[in-house]
Design a protein around this ligand. Structure first.
Ligand code: F6R
Length: 255
């Protein structure tokens, strides 16, 4: 696990953008697993700039997103398809037909999940998976539970998640209660993982992620077992780690 602590959100976004653009430059046809939410917005803005400056080229990249709300169409402003189009894909030279987000309106959600995993396999797996983290320890929408799932599945959102995500909706009643999410297995199979966290409200869970026990009650703690994880966090999110300011790199061998 490599840990990079940055001064603030802006620097976190820049460092993560460099990590991802360097990766694409070393593998132009990379399959990127992507995330939504407040945290990666700055990163997407940075990648858009790098693309405009021709420092990174998305023309051969394929993307596959982690999750989508069940019941929202891709045109709904809070759907994750809409988020990706309007915060990223519309501004870069990616081929939209090579961007995948689960269909939250599929007639048969279980079948949609099976097809999604087939799609990931057909693509040869995910090369680099971008993650945020919920303050309850979720990654994707793998919520704290007694057990976790390998593959893509439908899930009930945790109360904490519904509350946290209500900031994007007019009222909490509008937040969907269910989502499709890639499973922990799908995430762990990615060759490389880049996780971002920003702000004091993530500090406790970041401590669990980096040095807590590995438990399904903190799904992100599973990442301690991955061989190639880069965690980019700002100082506020690093508050409970005993670190100094500036860039800090902690290495551990992983499996
Ligand atoms: C989003 C996702 C979620 C978010 C997490 C943090 O696609 O999979 O796990 O990464 O809820 O969200 P923010 O960044 O809004 O704090």
């Amino acid at each position: 696990m490599k840990l990079i602590v940055t001064k603030d959100y802006e620097e976190m976004s820049k460092v993560a953008a460099k990590e991802i653009s360097d990766f694409i430059n070393s593998k132009p046809e990379a399959v990127l697993g992507l995330a939504t939410g407040g945290t990666p917005k700055g990163l997407y803005e940075e990648l858009i700039k790098l693309n405009k400056q021709e420092i990174v080229d998305f023309s051969n990249v394929t993307s596959i997103n982690l999750d989508e709300y069940i019941g929202l169409s891709g045109e709904h402003e809070q759907s994750y398809r809409y988020f990706m189009d309007h915060n990223f894909f519309n501004y870069i030279n990616i081929d939209k037909s090579k961007t995948f987000v689960p269909n939250g309106l599929a007639d048969n959600i279980d079948l949609e999940c099976i097809e999604y995993d087939k799609k990931i396999a057909e693509l040869g797996g995910i090369d680099l998976q971008l993650l945020g983290i919920g303050s309850n320890g979720h990654i994707g929408f793998n919520e704290p539970a007694e057990y976790l799932y390998m593959g893509t599945h439908q899930t009930n959102l945790a109360k904490d998640t519904i509350e946290a995500n209500s900031r994007f909706f007019k009222s909490i009643d509008e937040v969907p209660r269910k989502a499709i999410t890639m499973g922990i297995g799908g995430i762990m199979k990615a060759k490389k993982i880049v996780l971002l966290a920003s702000g004091e409200n993530k500090a406790e869970v970041v401590k669990e992620l980096v040095s807590g026990k590995i438990t399904t009650e903190v799904p992100a703690s599973m990442l301690q077992m991955h061989r190639d994880v880069v965690i980019v966090i700002d100082e506020a999110a690093a508050k409970f780690l005993s670190l100094h300011s500036g860039e800090y790199i902690k290495s551990s061998s992983g499996l």
